[in-house]
Write a protein that binds this ligand. Structure first.
Ligand code: ZN
Length: 418
């Protein structure tokens, strides 16, 4: 699947030897800050993509900006990045929405994926190197499931009418070690996210669906080994991640609501299939609320990136407003944040256009690198730019502001020339 157009990412040539030499972020599994990415070579990251039945809300944007910062920090450290993201373009919520609204599920997926791409492009998010739809990954899902058959980790439920295929979570070493929930909390989250603990014929209540056999009117694909059907959500991400990043990569990312069951299931399935832990670190971004509640499609309390754009908001200001919250915090969106970001951007732009030059750029770049390499502290990085702009406007220094513009663009994705 085509991703979106890549923004220009300048190279920052300013040397700052005393900035940290590695990126540290919080790993949900180890519950501490850990260094992520190799010392040299290619960093590999998988971030779970959207189910395209509704447009990009600010919670999505917050997640993809988090991993965009990670991508930018790695690149600035001289690493290549293999970034893979999926699109769940066939799944229950999408099919239900298509049915309710009377459109073909393929058309709904196409429309909403297009809108997502245009939002990401407007927000200057670096696109994934591999942008893979569930539909196009069906052959690799089937390959993965067939490879798991001999171990007995996938099985059919005892249901004569629909003997669907499930993954047996008890076969996965360390199941539960990413999200650290007790059994009751696991069950509760499993149900919230569409799981079916009470289905008859399952070996364990938490076993997840991996291949749903064909029902009338539902999309389906041929499989001699499993029977005609369609993939479950968790196995889709395991297959795409293993196929494009290999059996053990650097970071598995997504919103904190994906830690359980989604990331736990993806990692468990991949562990059984490959014998290796899926990722070094599991990194999660916080939830964005609106009107006192977590923004979610099911509740309908959404602020959409496309709506803000249509109302005249500059995408760069939306980006700055999101970056003003640490990726791990849960927070609430208000329109005043957008206004504050617009003012902030205006000040920064005034600073870069000062004819006499700018405050020292080396301190700016060092401040940006230090903040971002330390658990992607974007709010601290914005304060670094504020200080630099204030000193510039106070008449301090005569550096070339072009280097400052390049560093702010490369590291924060904020273009001051737009
Ligand atoms: Zn996923």
């Amino acid at each position: 699947m085509q991703a979106w157009t890549r923004p220009f990412v300048p190279r920052v040539t300013v040397e700052t030897d005393d900035a940290p030499s590695r990126l540290r972020v919080h790993d949900t599994a180890r519950e501490e800050l850990v260094e992520v990415g190799p010392v040299d070579g290619t960093a590999r990251m998988y971030v779970c993509g959207i189910t395209p039945y509704d447009a990009t809300h600010l919670g999505h944007a917050n997640t993809y900006l988090t991993f965009d910062l990670m991508n930018r920090v790695w690149r600035d450290l001289g690493l290549a990045v293999n970034y893979t993201q999926n699109v769940t373009d066939v799944d229950e919520p999408l099919l239900e929405r298509a049915e309710q609204t009377g459109v073909r599920w393929q058309d709904l997926a196409l429309d909403q994926t297009d809108l997502f791409r245009s939002d990401m492009e407007a927000l200057r998010v670096i696109p994934p190197d591999h942008y893979i739809g569930a539909v196009e990954s069906v052959p690799s899902v089937l390959g993965l499931l067939e490879s798991m058959l001999p171990s007995g980790a996938v099985y059919q439920v005892d249901d004569p009418e629909h003997p669907d295929w499930y993954f047996d979570v008890s076969t996965a070493p360390g199941f539960g070690s990413i999200s650290h929930l007790d059994h009751d909390a696991q069950l509760k989250k499993f149900v919230e996210m569409g799981g079916d603990p009470d289905r008859e014929g399952k070996r364990n209540p938490l076993d997840c669906l991996v291949w749903r056999l064909h029902r009338n009117g539902e999309p389906h694909w041929e499989s001699t080994a499993l029977g005609e059907g369609r993939p479950g959500w968790h196995i889709e991400c395991s297959a795409i991640a293993l196929g494009h990043l290999g059996p053990h990569f650097d970071v598995q990312g997504g919103g904190s609501d994906l830690a359980f069951p989604h990331h736990e299931m993806c990692a468990a399935q991949a562990r059984v299939a490959s014998g290796e832990p899926l990722a070094d670190a599991f990194v999660h971004s916080g939830m964005v609320a609106l009107d006192g509640e977590k923004m979610s499609k099911s509740k309908g309390n959404l602020e959409l990136v496309s709506r803000l754009r249509a109302n005249g908001a500059e995408p760069t200001a939306i980006r700055v407003a999101l970056l003003d919250h640490h990726y791990r915090s849960d927070w609430e969106w208000t329109d005043t944040q957008l206004e504050a970001s617009e003012q902030r951007l205006a000040t920064w732009r005034q600073a870069v256009s000062r004819a006499e030059g700018s405050a020292p750029v080396e301190a700016l770049v060092k401040g940006l690198r230090t903040s971002l390499r330390d658990d992607l502290d974007a709010p601290a990085a914005l304060v670094v730019v504020d200080d630099w702009a204030r000193r510039t406007l106070a008449g301090e220094g005569a550096d070339d502001p072009e280097q400052a513009v390049a560093a702010i663009d490369a590291l924060l994705g904020v273009s001051l020339t737009a």
